[in-house]
Design a protein around this ligand. Structure first.
Ligand SMILES: [Zn+2]
Length: 180
């Protein structure tokens, strides 16, 4: 059986100097185009305690095991103010919807919902808000079902395209007159 990670040699200095310690940890991430610092005051990590260890980056002396990664992940959702993957899945199942059904009702593109539920990507704040409304408003599902979907979008796009085609020529002529 493999030895626990803290009982293996430090990959930087090669000494048996790894220890489990609880210490403040922070990580910078980008969400919605903003830079956010996620801070955990008491993360249990594995650190080399050899004072002569000389890593290129201080973070090279630190190892996050699965439990630390899970904790950091949960803190990230909490500090970003987002529903966690588990919460999204639980709420969707409470409504008796498949991923595809909820995805269609919310007009989500691609496979966004499955990627949120697996934690592969963070949902934006605006879509997190949309999810919360769908999960909490009693009338949300009937309202979403009553909204026009694909055919209406196609029709609207078709109208816009033909109208805009004609108008844009006229506008162009008008603009030219004004400028001239
Ligand atoms: Zn070391």
């Amino acid at each position: 059986m493999a030895r626990p990670i803290e009982q293996r040699r430090c990959h930087v200095c090669g000494q048996m100097s790894r220890c489990r310690v609880v210490e403040p940890y922070e990580e910078t991430i980008t969400h919605d185009g903003r830079t956010c610092v996620i801070r955990v005051p008491d993360l249990e990590i594995i650190r080399c305690t050899n004072p002569d260890c000389r890593p290129q980056q201080p973070s090279d002396m630190i190892i996050l095991d699965d439990a630390a990664v899970r904790r950091l992940d949960a803190e990230t959702y909490r500090q970003l103010g987002l529903l966690s993957p588990q919460e999204i899945r639980a709420q969707r199942e409470r409504l008796g919807l498949t991923q595809q059904e909820l995805q269609d009702l919310l007009r989500l593109g691609g496979n966004s919902l499955s990627r949120w539920e697996s934690g592969a990507i963070y949902q934006s704040r605006s879509l997190d808000t949309l999810l919360r409304l769908a999960f909490t408003l009693p009338d949300a599902l009937p309202t979403l079902r009553a909204l026009p979907v694909a055919r209406a979008q196609r029709d609207a796009r078709g109208e816009v395209r033909s109208d805009a085609g004609g108008e844009s020529v006229e506008h162009h002529v008008d603009d030219a007159r004004c400028v001239g």
